[in-house]
Design a protein around this ligand. Sequence first.
Ligand code: ATP
Length: 320
Amino acid sequence: MKAPAGRFTARTVRAKAPGKVNVSLDVGPLRPDGYHSVASVYLAVSLYEEVTATSTEAPGITVALSPDSTLDLDDVDIPLDQNNLAYKAAAIMADVSEHATGVHLEITKRVPVAGGMGGGSADAAATLLACDALWNSGLSREELAHLAAELGADVPFSLLGGTAVGLGLGDELSPALAKAQTDWVLVTADYGLPTPEVYRTLDRLRAAEGIDVAEPTGVDPQILTALRSGDAEALSRVLVNDLQRASIELAPSLRDTLGIGEAHGAIAGIVSGSGPTVALLADDPVAAEGLAENLRRYGLTALAVHGPVPGARIMSDILL
Ligand code: ATP
């Protein structure tokens, strides 16, 4: 439908993008540029962020959090200005879009903030896709992935979804053909762990112990084999996260969470990325639901999810 010439017609596009779990995360030494190279297997899981992008007659970008968010919005510290990752994604899309207008972004938060699951990155990925549609920018997935990498190391994966190996800063992605479902329980915390602080703590622990690590060059092929067959038992033996000890150093209760999970039927547990979210591996969906239920009795916030799931997608596109 075409709007009469000269009259502004608002359009609203809704997109969603998944959070992730790092099934493996090898971290190299501190590089002279201050970053760390990683080798990681990413798994997109069924916990989604949603972004609704609505064009506005007034220029500029505004950001709000939706009351439909499942996170307690009073508890979270999310900037709503140009520091918000969704804002940055809209700004970068506006730069490359001939027909950019003003835009209002409403974010439905479900992925824990600063939880090591790439929630802000998912907001950025969903915003890229939503603004691409809103402004008919017509960028290819490859062009979008390029913009995503400028926004942050985890943004390209949220766009891609599925299962992927990430090298470099985590943004050099190769999709892995591992489509079998694995089931997880996410135990979220009511605090965040700033990713840079977790990396600094790992460097400090390694230095104190005189541990020299090599640059990671790839991931253990057994992880991909287990993910391809959906063999949770085999996967449980190869889960690894180099950051876990640093996260536990900063938040010792994570050790208890892992212990409680394993005592109640998880096959294995791992801190997700920089934490503090813990990902517990379960045998199947029923076991995952049962485990989550049990953990909630301990007062923990536990959610059964599965992966892999597809990356960022448009959910609706409406002329108002
Ligand atoms: P990463 O491992 O990539 O740091 P994370 O999942 O641990 O990701 P995020 O929830 O993405 O952490 O957010 C980390 C910080 O980024 C937050 O503390 C917040 O201040 C800031 N931030 C910026 N934009 C957003 C956003 N849209 N949602 C959540 N946090 C955001």
